[in-house]
Design a protein around this ligand. Structure first.
Ligand code: AHM
Ligand code: MG
Length: 323
């Protein structure tokens, strides 16, 4: 049996990881264990329903969005290794500890529309090295390939931690004593798949290449792709990514014409980059339909992006259709 603590110790000695990085990861994971206890109790601890507030992106917040955000902020403020944080639910970044060497970006509770109906939701996190000098927004605007670690905690039938420190991916399951125990090491995503995930209700708003791609998949065996495809849509990206990690697949949240000022719905810094790093570490691919996700130079903390990720053959095919 390998506990999360054992795993961290092993990674830090094997790859000479810095103590501050290990402290940062430990703090994030402990905060997620606290979030988990709130998620598990649901109505019994009065955490379900609307908060009655909105975030910087004009989205209505659920009580649990606000609670999870506060749990993470409080924990990170108390972690000397963390210089600053940025959250999907905060207008601006927050400076935390001057001596810290790391920055943490997170979506405290992804899949908000699933909170009140008891479907899978999760916390997504990304860790960056703090550049030298004083902290400002630009300190956070690093390409996804610069992340030193990323992962998520999935509050599903089991509570799972999926972590990469850029030496493969480790999956842990939370036991009855609220300890994460290693349950799978280095999963790999198959290059080919016959399963896709997209919100079909937006079909009329998609651009031509996505229209063509999905119609080819729907044509099944009789179409140019020559095989039948199955579809799934959980509406929690973190859960879709976990399904892809476990059994392959392709996930799309493309740019669409609903709001021409938006490149997509999902956020580069809190969702796309960390989940892309996990998937790339497992052999999968991720793009914004034009370039590798992790190569995008960010322009803003809350920047939105089109997302196509998962089994390599499909991601490459969709990217080709956009050329
Ligand atoms: P959230 O961070 O507010 O929960 O929004 C992100 C979620 C993703 O998890 C999911 O893929 C997508 O929004 C679902 O969107 P839609 O409701 O348009 O299908
Ligand atoms: Mg989200």
């Amino acid at each position: 049996m390998t506990t999360f603590a054992d795993y961290l110790h092993k990674q830090s000695t094997e790859f000479s990881l810095d103590n501050q990085l290990i402290e940062t990861v430990r703090t994030i994971v402990n905060a997620c264990i606290t979030i988990n206890s709130q998620v598990r109790l649901g109505a019994l601890s009065g955490v379900l329903g609307e908060a009655g507030t909105g975030n910087v992106q004009g989205e209505a917040q659920k009580k649990l969005d606000v609670i999870a955000n506060q749990i993470l902020i409080d924990a990170l403020k108390n972690c000397p290794a963390v210089a600053g944080l940025a959250s999907e639910e905060e207008d601006d970044f927050v400076s935390t500890n001057e001596q810290g060497q790391y920055l943490v970006l997170f979506d405290p509770l992804d899949g908000s529309s699933n909170i009140d109906v008891n479907l899978s939701i999760g916390t997504i996190f990304s860790i960056l090295k703090k550049p030298s000098g004083s902290l400002n927004t630009a300190s956070f605007l690093q390409k996804g390939s610069e992340q030193v670690g990323a992962g998520y905690v999935l509050y599903g039938p089991q509570t799972l931690l999926v972590l990469t420190l850029k030496h493969g991916v480790a999956i842990f399951t939370l036991n009855a004593q609220s300890e994460f125990i290693l349950s799978k090491l280095n999963p790999t995503v198959s290059e080919q798949t016959a399963e896709f995930a997209i919100n079909m209700s937006n079909q009329r708003h998609w651009e031509a290449p996505v229209q063509r791609y999905i119609s080819e998949l729907l044509a099944g065996k009789d179409g140019v792709r020559g095989k039948n495809y199955n579809m799934r849509w959980v509406a929690s990206m973190v859960a879709e990514v976990h399904r892809i990690l476990m059994r392959g697949g392709v996930f799309l949240y493309p740019k669409d014409n609903r709001d021409p000022s938006r490149a997509g719905k999902l956020r580069l810094m809190y969702e796309a980059n960390p989940l892309s790093l996990v998937l790339e570490q497992a052999g999968a691919a991720s793009s914004n339909a034009h370039q590798r996700m992790l190569d995008i130079v960010p322009e803003g903390l809350h920047q939105r992006v089109a997302v196509i990720l998962g089994s390599r053959e499909e991601v490459d095919y969709v990217t080709q259709l956009h050329q």
